[in-house]
Ligand binder design. Sequence first.
Ligand SMILES: NC(=O)c1ccc[n+]([C@@H]2O[C@H](COP(=O)([O-])OP(=O)(O)OC[C@H]3O[C@@H](n4cnc5c(N)ncnc54)[C@H](OP(=O)(O)O)[C@@H]3O)[C@@H](O)[C@H]2O)c1
Length: 285
Amino acid sequence: MRTLEIPTGGRLPVLGLGTWRLGEDPAQRRAEVAAVRSAIAMGYRLIDTAEMYGEGGAEEVVGQAIAEALRAGDVTREQLLVVSKVYPHNASRKGTPAACARSLARLGLDRIDLYLLHWRGEHPLSETCEAMRQLVADGRIAHWGVSNFDTDDMEDLAAVCGEPLDCAANQVYYSMSERGPEFSLLPWQRQRGMPMMAYSPIDQGALAGDAALGKMARRLDVTAAQLALAWVIAQPGVTAIPKAGREAHLRENLAAADLQLSADDLAEIDRMHPPPRRKKPLAMI
Ligand SMILES: NC(=O)c1ccc[n+]([C@@H]2O[C@H](COP(=O)([O-])OP(=O)(O)OC[C@H]3O[C@@H](n4cnc5c(N)ncnc54)[C@H](OP(=O)(O)O)[C@@H]3O)[C@@H](O)[C@H]2O)c1
Protein backbone atom coordinates (compact mmCIF):
# COMPACT_ATOMS: atom_id res chain seq x y z
CA MET A 1 0.00 0.00 0.00
CA ARG A 2 1.11 3.55 -0.70
CA THR A 3 2.44 5.39 2.37
CA LEU A 4 2.91 9.06 3.29
CA GLU A 5 5.95 10.47 4.97
CA ILE A 6 5.38 12.22 8.29
CA PRO A 7 7.44 15.26 9.30
CA THR A 8 8.98 13.48 12.29
CA GLY A 9 10.22 10.50 10.23
CA GLY A 10 8.38 7.29 9.50
CA ARG A 11 5.40 6.76 7.22
CA LEU A 12 1.63 6.34 7.41
CA PRO A 13 -0.25 3.92 5.13
CA VAL A 14 -2.87 5.81 3.11
CA LEU A 15 -5.62 3.59 4.49
CA GLY A 16 -6.19 2.28 8.00
CA LEU A 17 -8.97 0.99 10.21
CA GLY A 18 -11.24 3.11 12.42
CA THR A 19 -12.63 1.70 15.67
CA TRP A 20 -15.18 4.21 16.95
CA ARG A 21 -18.18 2.51 18.60
CA LEU A 22 -16.20 -0.64 19.31
CA GLY A 23 -15.88 -1.82 22.89
CA GLU A 24 -19.21 -0.35 23.99
CA ASP A 25 -21.14 -3.61 24.41
CA PRO A 26 -19.53 -6.62 26.11
CA ALA A 27 -21.88 -8.93 24.17
CA GLN A 28 -20.22 -7.75 20.93
CA ARG A 29 -16.66 -8.12 22.22
CA ARG A 30 -15.83 -11.45 20.54
CA ALA A 31 -17.18 -10.39 17.17
CA GLU A 32 -15.33 -7.06 17.36
CA VAL A 33 -12.01 -8.69 18.25
CA ALA A 34 -12.55 -11.12 15.36
CA ALA A 35 -13.22 -8.23 12.95
CA VAL A 36 -10.05 -6.33 13.93
CA ARG A 37 -8.08 -9.57 13.87
CA SER A 38 -9.39 -10.34 10.41
CA ALA A 39 -8.54 -6.80 9.26
CA ILE A 40 -4.93 -7.34 10.34
CA ALA A 41 -4.82 -10.73 8.64
CA MET A 42 -6.03 -9.23 5.36
CA GLY A 43 -3.41 -6.48 5.43
CA TYR A 44 -4.57 -3.48 7.47
CA ARG A 45 -1.50 -2.05 9.21
CA LEU A 46 -2.79 1.19 10.74
CA ILE A 47 -5.44 1.01 13.47
CA ASP A 48 -7.02 4.17 14.85
CA THR A 49 -8.53 4.17 18.32
CA ALA A 50 -8.97 6.48 21.34
CA GLU A 51 -9.42 6.34 25.09
CA MET A 52 -12.86 7.84 24.44
CA TYR A 53 -14.15 4.96 22.30
CA GLY A 54 -16.18 2.75 24.61
CA GLU A 55 -14.37 4.50 27.49
CA GLY A 56 -11.33 2.32 26.91
CA GLY A 57 -13.31 -0.63 25.54
CA ALA A 58 -12.16 -0.07 21.95
CA GLU A 59 -8.51 -0.02 23.04
CA GLU A 60 -9.09 -3.33 24.81
CA VAL A 61 -10.64 -4.82 21.66
CA VAL A 62 -7.72 -3.57 19.56
CA GLY A 63 -5.21 -4.84 22.14
CA GLN A 64 -6.74 -8.29 22.19
CA ALA A 65 -6.87 -8.50 18.40
CA ILE A 66 -3.23 -7.39 18.12
CA ALA A 67 -2.12 -9.90 20.77
CA GLU A 68 -3.87 -12.70 18.89
CA ALA A 69 -2.47 -11.59 15.53
CA LEU A 70 1.06 -11.41 16.96
CA ARG A 71 0.70 -14.86 18.56
CA ALA A 72 -0.57 -16.30 15.27
CA GLY A 73 2.35 -14.72 13.39
CA ASP A 74 0.01 -12.77 11.08
CA VAL A 75 2.07 -9.65 11.61
CA THR A 76 4.99 -8.28 13.62
CA ARG A 77 4.65 -5.40 16.06
CA GLU A 78 6.96 -3.29 13.88
CA GLN A 79 4.59 -3.67 10.92
CA LEU A 80 1.66 -2.25 12.87
CA LEU A 81 0.94 1.41 13.46
CA VAL A 82 -1.35 2.00 16.42
CA VAL A 83 -2.93 5.42 16.78
CA SER A 84 -4.71 6.46 19.97
CA LYS A 85 -5.95 9.74 21.42
CA VAL A 86 -5.99 11.52 24.73
CA TYR A 87 -9.17 13.20 25.93
CA PRO A 88 -8.74 17.00 26.08
CA HIS A 89 -9.62 17.02 29.78
CA ASN A 90 -6.71 14.65 30.42
CA ALA A 91 -4.23 16.54 28.24
CA SER A 92 -2.39 18.44 30.98
CA ARG A 93 1.31 18.13 31.81
CA LYS A 94 0.62 15.35 34.33
CA GLY A 95 -2.65 14.03 32.92
CA THR A 96 -1.27 13.21 29.47
CA PRO A 97 1.33 10.63 30.60
CA ALA A 98 -1.19 9.13 33.03
CA ALA A 99 -3.80 8.74 30.27
CA CYS A 100 -1.16 7.34 27.95
CA ALA A 101 -0.15 4.74 30.56
CA ARG A 102 -3.79 3.64 30.89
CA SER A 103 -4.13 3.38 27.09
CA LEU A 104 -0.91 1.36 26.84
CA ALA A 105 -2.18 -1.03 29.52
CA ARG A 106 -5.50 -1.53 27.71
CA LEU A 107 -3.73 -2.01 24.39
CA GLY A 108 -1.21 -4.39 25.96
CA LEU A 109 1.60 -2.48 24.23
CA ASP A 110 4.71 -0.70 25.41
CA ARG A 111 4.46 2.00 22.74
CA ILE A 112 1.73 3.90 20.89
CA ASP A 113 2.95 4.80 17.41
CA LEU A 114 0.96 8.00 17.06
CA TYR A 115 -0.75 9.70 20.01
CA LEU A 116 -3.17 12.52 19.27
CA LEU A 117 -4.84 15.24 21.29
CA HIS A 118 -8.47 14.30 20.43
CA TRP A 119 -9.65 17.90 20.20
CA ARG A 120 -8.60 21.21 21.68
CA GLY A 121 -9.75 21.62 25.28
CA GLU A 122 -9.14 23.61 28.41
CA HIS A 123 -5.49 22.74 29.04
CA PRO A 124 -2.90 25.10 27.52
CA LEU A 125 -1.37 23.74 24.32
CA SER A 126 2.05 24.41 25.84
CA GLU A 127 1.38 21.76 28.52
CA THR A 128 0.09 19.16 26.06
CA CYS A 129 3.01 19.82 23.73
CA GLU A 130 5.52 19.47 26.55
CA ALA A 131 3.87 16.24 27.78
CA MET A 132 3.76 14.76 24.28
CA ARG A 133 7.44 15.52 23.72
CA GLN A 134 8.31 13.92 27.04
CA LEU A 135 6.37 10.76 26.06
CA VAL A 136 8.37 10.62 22.82
CA ALA A 137 11.62 11.07 24.77
CA ASP A 138 10.57 8.28 27.14
CA GLY A 139 9.75 5.95 24.23
CA ARG A 140 6.09 5.55 25.28
CA ILE A 141 4.93 7.03 21.98
CA ALA A 142 6.77 7.24 18.67
CA HIS A 143 5.04 10.38 17.34
CA TRP A 144 2.41 12.85 18.53
CA GLY A 145 -0.22 14.83 16.74
CA VAL A 146 -3.61 16.50 17.02
CA SER A 147 -7.18 16.01 15.88
CA ASN A 148 -10.02 18.39 15.01
CA PHE A 149 -7.58 21.31 14.74
CA ASP A 150 -8.62 23.99 12.25
CA THR A 151 -6.11 26.31 10.56
CA ASP A 152 -6.14 28.87 13.39
CA ASP A 153 -5.61 26.09 15.95
CA MET A 154 -2.63 24.85 13.94
CA GLU A 155 -1.25 28.40 13.86
CA ASP A 156 -1.62 28.58 17.65
CA LEU A 157 0.06 25.20 18.02
CA ALA A 158 2.96 26.27 15.82
CA ALA A 159 3.32 29.51 17.81
CA VAL A 160 3.37 27.65 21.12
CA CYS A 161 5.47 24.62 20.14
CA GLY A 162 7.72 26.40 17.64
CA GLU A 163 8.52 25.67 14.02
CA PRO A 164 9.47 23.39 12.44
CA LEU A 165 6.54 21.79 14.19
CA ASP A 166 7.09 18.20 15.37
CA CYS A 167 3.34 17.44 15.22
CA ALA A 168 3.12 14.37 12.96
CA ALA A 169 -0.51 14.58 11.76
CA ASN A 170 -3.90 16.24 12.19
CA GLN A 171 -6.96 13.97 12.07
CA VAL A 172 -10.12 15.75 10.89
CA TYR A 173 -13.52 15.12 9.35
CA TYR A 174 -12.87 15.11 5.62
CA SER A 175 -14.87 13.36 2.95
CA MET A 176 -16.26 13.99 -0.50
CA SER A 177 -19.31 15.61 1.08
CA GLU A 178 -17.31 17.58 3.67
CA ARG A 179 -14.57 19.31 1.71
CA GLY A 180 -14.12 22.34 3.98
CA PRO A 181 -10.54 21.39 5.02
CA GLU A 182 -9.38 21.91 1.41
CA PHE A 183 -9.74 25.71 1.66
CA SER A 184 -6.90 26.55 4.03
CA LEU A 185 -6.16 23.68 6.44
CA LEU A 186 -4.98 21.13 3.91
CA PRO A 187 -2.69 23.64 2.13
CA TRP A 188 -1.27 24.67 5.55
CA GLN A 189 -0.48 21.05 6.37
CA ARG A 190 0.88 20.28 2.90
CA GLN A 191 3.27 23.19 3.19
CA ARG A 192 4.75 21.49 6.26
CA GLY A 193 4.58 17.92 4.91
CA MET A 194 2.11 17.04 7.68
CA PRO A 195 -0.44 14.37 6.66
CA MET A 196 -4.15 14.91 7.20
CA MET A 197 -5.93 11.80 8.49
CA ALA A 198 -9.47 11.83 7.12
CA TYR A 199 -12.03 10.51 9.59
CA SER A 200 -15.57 9.48 8.63
CA PRO A 201 -14.32 9.26 5.01
CA ILE A 202 -17.52 7.52 3.89
CA ASP A 203 -19.66 9.82 6.00
CA GLN A 204 -20.41 7.14 8.53
CA GLY A 205 -21.73 4.90 5.77
CA ALA A 206 -23.94 7.53 4.08
CA LEU A 207 -21.77 7.85 0.96
CA ALA A 208 -22.06 4.09 0.40
CA GLY A 209 -25.76 4.68 -0.29
CA ASP A 210 -25.39 7.87 -2.35
CA ALA A 211 -27.33 7.31 -5.58
CA ALA A 212 -25.26 9.56 -7.88
CA LEU A 213 -22.01 8.20 -6.55
CA GLY A 214 -23.38 4.66 -6.89
CA LYS A 215 -24.14 5.27 -10.55
CA MET A 216 -20.62 6.48 -11.24
CA ALA A 217 -19.14 3.62 -9.18
CA ARG A 218 -21.05 0.98 -11.18
CA ARG A 219 -19.62 2.42 -14.38
CA LEU A 220 -16.11 2.07 -12.93
CA ASP A 221 -16.93 -1.41 -11.61
CA VAL A 222 -16.34 -0.44 -7.98
CA THR A 223 -18.70 0.40 -5.10
CA ALA A 224 -19.72 3.87 -3.94
CA ALA A 225 -17.80 3.38 -0.68
CA GLN A 226 -14.68 2.46 -2.65
CA LEU A 227 -15.06 5.52 -4.81
CA ALA A 228 -15.43 7.74 -1.72
CA LEU A 229 -12.25 6.27 -0.24
CA ALA A 230 -10.25 6.31 -3.47
CA TRP A 231 -11.22 9.97 -3.90
CA VAL A 232 -10.14 11.05 -0.41
CA ILE A 233 -6.75 9.33 -0.59
CA ALA A 234 -6.19 10.66 -4.10
CA GLN A 235 -5.83 14.09 -2.43
CA PRO A 236 -2.09 14.64 -1.85
CA GLY A 237 -1.10 14.34 1.80
CA VAL A 238 -4.30 12.60 2.92
CA THR A 239 -4.80 9.21 4.59
CA ALA A 240 -8.18 7.69 5.50
CA ILE A 241 -9.33 5.55 8.40
CA PRO A 242 -12.71 4.02 7.49
CA LYS A 243 -14.36 1.91 10.17
CA ALA A 244 -15.85 -1.41 9.11
CA GLY A 245 -17.06 -4.34 11.14
CA ARG A 246 -18.28 -6.50 8.30
CA GLU A 247 -15.73 -8.68 6.55
CA ALA A 248 -17.02 -7.69 3.10
CA HIS A 249 -16.68 -4.00 3.97
CA LEU A 250 -13.18 -4.53 5.34
CA ARG A 251 -12.07 -6.18 2.09
CA GLU A 252 -13.81 -3.66 -0.10
CA ASN A 253 -12.23 -0.72 1.72
CA LEU A 254 -8.74 -2.20 1.67
CA ALA A 255 -8.97 -2.77 -2.08
CA ALA A 256 -9.92 0.91 -2.52
CA ALA A 257 -6.36 1.84 -1.54
CA ASP A 258 -5.19 0.52 -4.92
CA LEU A 259 -7.78 2.25 -7.09
CA GLN A 260 -6.57 4.94 -9.48
CA LEU A 261 -8.99 7.69 -10.46
CA SER A 262 -8.47 9.51 -13.74
CA ALA A 263 -8.53 13.31 -14.11
CA ASP A 264 -11.99 12.89 -15.71
CA ASP A 265 -13.23 10.86 -12.72
CA LEU A 266 -11.96 13.54 -10.32
CA ALA A 267 -13.62 16.29 -12.38
CA GLU A 268 -16.91 14.36 -12.33
CA ILE A 269 -16.71 14.13 -8.54
CA ASP A 270 -15.95 17.88 -8.33
CA ARG A 271 -19.21 18.50 -10.19
CA MET A 272 -21.11 16.28 -7.74
CA HIS A 273 -19.37 17.62 -4.63
CA PRO A 274 -17.71 20.97 -5.46
CA PRO A 275 -14.62 22.12 -3.57
CA PRO A 276 -15.12 24.98 -1.06
CA ARG A 277 -15.02 28.59 -2.37
CA ARG A 278 -14.57 30.17 1.04
CA LYS A 279 -13.37 29.31 4.50
CA LYS A 280 -15.89 27.70 6.81
CA PRO A 281 -15.25 26.35 10.31
CA LEU A 282 -13.97 22.80 10.51
CA ALA A 283 -16.83 20.33 10.83
CA MET A 284 -16.72 17.78 13.64
CA ILE A 285 -18.57 14.52 14.16
N1 LIG B 1 -10.75 12.21 15.70
C1 LIG B 1 -12.06 12.26 15.77
O1 LIG B 1 -12.66 13.16 16.39
C2 LIG B 1 -12.86 11.21 15.06
C3 LIG B 1 -14.24 11.38 14.85
C4 LIG B 1 -14.93 10.40 14.17
C5 LIG B 1 -14.25 9.28 13.72
N2 LIG B 1 -12.92 9.10 13.97
C6 LIG B 1 -12.18 7.89 13.53
O2 LIG B 1 -12.45 7.68 12.16
C7 LIG B 1 -13.01 6.39 11.98
C8 LIG B 1 -13.94 6.37 10.79
O3 LIG B 1 -15.03 7.26 10.94
P1 LIG B 1 -16.53 6.76 11.26
O4 LIG B 1 -16.49 5.47 11.96
O5 LIG B 1 -17.19 7.92 11.91
O6 LIG B 1 -17.22 6.65 9.83
P2 LIG B 1 -16.88 5.94 8.43
O7 LIG B 1 -15.64 5.19 8.46
O8 LIG B 1 -17.06 7.00 7.40
O9 LIG B 1 -18.13 4.95 8.28
C9 LIG B 1 -18.28 3.80 9.07
C10 LIG B 1 -19.64 3.18 8.73
O10 LIG B 1 -19.65 2.85 7.33
C11 LIG B 1 -19.94 1.48 7.16
N3 LIG B 1 -19.10 0.98 6.07
C12 LIG B 1 -17.75 0.79 6.11
N4 LIG B 1 -17.31 0.33 4.93
C13 LIG B 1 -18.40 0.21 4.13
C14 LIG B 1 -18.58 -0.23 2.81
N5 LIG B 1 -17.55 -0.63 2.06
N6 LIG B 1 -19.85 -0.23 2.29
C15 LIG B 1 -20.91 0.19 3.04
N7 LIG B 1 -20.79 0.63 4.30
C16 LIG B 1 -19.55 0.63 4.85
C17 LIG B 1 -19.60 0.80 8.45
O11 LIG B 1 -20.42 -0.36 8.57
P3 LIG B 1 -19.93 -1.75 9.26
O12 LIG B 1 -19.19 -1.37 10.51
O13 LIG B 1 -21.22 -2.43 9.51
O14 LIG B 1 -19.06 -2.50 8.31
C18 LIG B 1 -19.93 1.87 9.46
O15 LIG B 1 -21.31 1.88 9.75
C19 LIG B 1 -13.68 6.11 13.33
O16 LIG B 1 -14.02 4.76 13.50
C20 LIG B 1 -12.63 6.62 14.26
O17 LIG B 1 -11.57 5.70 14.38
C21 LIG B 1 -12.22 10.07 14.61
